[in-house]
Design a protein around this ligand. Structure first.
Ligand code: GRF
Length: 207
């Protein structure tokens, strides 16, 4: 059976990209990475992707006059590689409503908190400052509103009494690396069904 073609969009370190690429490299995994695209030429993740033998592309947002022109270039790369699913993995640009609607229910994101708590940036700091006992990470479908789409999967991470932002981020990241490939696998198997805000996961046996 042919594998689902996944494009991964990054802006930096690319550790989630690596976890997805590692899963996709397994013969039995139902998805393959068709391209890794970075909006930042110096992103560490670009070299990491190349070391997997994955096609890479740079679409540098600073080189375009408008967001529309940037996204047009991005779409051209995605289409050229036969993209069927887009995984945002530390991609630090907010995609326009037009872009998101152009790939309906075909964009996933990973966020380092238990959404809907702490959307946006610096979320581990916010979780510690708020005094929550548990944080974690969320894989969700992307909708035009940032960090607000239907939730596919979450993992819970306890916040320790004397936690640092970096310590909590590192423990959450370990979980991110587990749930993102799992979510992509379910997507590739056609087992994710969006019903309003909720995502129903079918058992894969025709339920
Ligand atoms: C991760 O914490 C992810 O949840 C967030 O940005 C970070 C990206 O890290 N969206 P990496 O580039 O995947 O290492």
């Amino acid at each position: 059976m042919s594998k689902l073609q996944v494009a991964i969009l990054i802006s930096g370190r690319g550790s989630n990209m690596e976890s997805l690429a590692t899963a996709c490299a397994e013969e039995s995994f139902p998805a393959a990475v068709c391209v890794v695209v970075s909006n930042r030429p110096e992103a560490e993740g670009v070299e990491k992707a190349a070391s997997f033998g994955i096609d890479t592309a740079i679409v540098d947002h600073t080189r375009f006059d408008s967001k529309a022109a940037f996204e047009e270039a991005l779409i051209a790369v995605l289409e050229r590689h036969g993209t069927e699913l887009i995984c945002l993995a530390g991609f630090m640009r907010v995609l326009s409503e037009g872009f998101v609607k152009g790939f309906p229910q075909q964009i996933l994101n990973i966020h380092p908190s238990l959404l809907p708590a702490f959307p946006g940036l610096h979320v581990q700091r916010k979780a510690i400052d708020h005094g929550v006992r548990y944080s974690g990470c969320t894989v969700h479908f992307v909708v035009p509103e940032v960090d607000a789409g239907p939730i596919v999967m979450q993992a819970v991470v306890p916040v320790e009494q004397d936690d640092s932002e970096d310590g909590l981020a590192a423990r959450i990241l370990e979980q991110e690396h587990l749930i993102y490939p799992e979510a992509v696998k379910l997507f590739a198997e056609g087992r994710l069904h969006i019903e309003g805000r909720r995502v129903h996961i079918s058992n894969g046996e025709g339920d």
